[in-house]
Design a binder for this molecule. Structure first.
Ligand code: PMP
Length: 417
């Protein structure tokens, strides 16, 4: 017999095991001040590259005014209850109409959180007879949706179309006996490496196989496509995506998400998405704030143009200085380096304390031992000065990394006193 709590305390999990040393610095840091490219960390101003505020909407004056007015007009409680019971309003429906129009889909269902929304969509549309074929690097919300799925699931190597086709063949065989169907799930932009999902190639497989395609375009919404409608628009196959998921948590600089598709299927989801039926509706101030964000995204393509101008300045600057930024073809900018966890930690601290650059790192066990990924998220509001100072800091700290200067440093205890 084991006491559950004792077991938890003896094994705190892959990230939790570092909690005591990391809390407040590497994990749960507090960025203070107005959201922007300069914020305060432990009382000192930093250039921030960690926020998915792609278009700079978080602090756009019209967004701030719309959010504040809606909160004053309605309060955060309104409407009470789930949409289905008592939590529906004209604003919710208006937002769904505008999003459908923007996405080029017949209908849209709002989701109170993206994470639950993705999980719940997979749960609502698949039975144990169906087979799910999915990309190996799909986001946790998709993986957790798969955990709810009681039928078969076949993973294909990341963005590997040959392997995707192989898994589709297996799935096609499987459903001959199970009598189910096939759902393919992938992403528009993979948030770590920044590479676009091969949606065009996957959609082309519809000629050979019968399946429905669900795309999570969390990072493509607002950043890709002529009008910002996302990766499907960018690759010219928006109409081939059967269910298109987007969140307001990134370009939208808010909370909430939505799923778009054919009217009959979205109507089905409205009545079958457990995460929405059994949870409170998105509060009105958020819905009204979303309407303003969508209006600005559509009216001001120059925000996306500026985002790309900044992203390319950063990415080209890094490449010119000899950095490996991998296969990104989105604004997400990973910088790949080699080194141990201790070196990565010492370098991040040097960047943060001596160069005032705040960025996120990914190390073992998320990626293989000996590799370090610095993940930079450019936004439309970064300045040339932000970019230049960051490039200089990366150049200098990489020289130190290559010279082995960070090796000697043990991971210091950075937890808050
Ligand atoms: N999918 C992807 C690819 C994400 O990056 C995220 C995280 N924002 C989600 C889904 C979950 O969205 P939300 O933050 O709205 O719950």
């Amino acid at each position: 017999m084991a006491d559950i709590f004792e077991r938890l305390l003896s094994n705190q999990g892959p990230i939790g095991q570092h909690r005591e040393r990391a809390h407040g610095y590497f994990a749960f840091p507090k960025l203070e001040g107005e959201i922007g490219t300069r914020m305060f960390f432990r009382g000192k101003e930093k250039i921030v590259w960690s926020l998915n505020n792609y278009l700079g909407l978080a602090n756009h004056p019209e967004v701030r005014a719309a959010d504040a007015k809606a909160a004053a007009d309605y309060g955060l409680a309104s409407p009470m209850g789930a949409r289905m019971m008592s939590g529906n309003t004209n604003y919710h429906e208006q937002l769904e109409k505008e999003l459908s129009d923007y996405m080029g889909k017949e209908d849209t269902c709002l989701l109170n959180y993206g994470y639950q929304g993705v999980m719940s969509t997979i749960d609502a549309i698949c039975t144990r007879r169906d087979v799910i074929v999915y990309d190996a690097e799909c986001h946790a919300s998709i993986i957790d949706g798969l955990r709810l799925h009681q039928g078969h699931r076949y993973v294909f190597k990341h963005n590997d179309i040959e392997d995707c086709e192989k898994q589709l063949k297996r799935a096609t065989e499987m459903i001959k006996t199970s009598g189910g169907g096939i759902l393919v799930v992938t992403e528009g932009v993979f948030g770590m490496a920044g590479d676009q999902g091969k949606l065009k190639e996957i959609a082309a497989l519809k000629e050979k196989f019968d399946f429905r395609l669900l795309v999570d375009d969390a990072h493509g919404f607002g950043t890709l496509g002529k009008t910002g409608a996302g990766t499907g628009e960018e690759q010219g196959i928006q109409d081939k995506i059967d269910l298109l998921f987007n969140t307001f948590a990134k370009s939208g600089a808010s909370i909430g998400a939505f799923i778009s598709g054919d009217k009959a299927i979205i109507d089905y989801l409205r009545y079958n998405l457990r995460s929405q039926i059994f949870a409170k509706s998105v509060p009105l101030p958020l819905v009204i704030g979303h309407l303003k964000r969508v209006e600005l995204m559509r009216k001001h393509p120059e925000m996306k143009a500026k985002l790309w101008e900044n992203a390319l300045k950063l990415q080209n600057g890094l490449k010119e200085k000899g950095f490996d930024i991998g296969k990104t073809d989105s604004v997400v900018t990973p910088v790949y380096m080699k080194g141990g966890v201790e070196e990565a930690t010492a370098m991040v601290m040097d960047l943060r304390e001596n160069y005032n650059i705040f960025c996120s790192i990914v190390v073992y066990p998320v990626i293989p031992k000996g590799h370090i990924i610095y993940r930079l998220i450019p936004t439309a509001v970064h300045t040339d000065e932000d970019i230049e100072l960051t490039l200089k800091a990366f150049e200098e700290t990489k020289e130190k990394l290559d010279a082995g200067s960070y090796k000697a440093e043990a991971i210091p205890d950075m937890a808050e006193a």
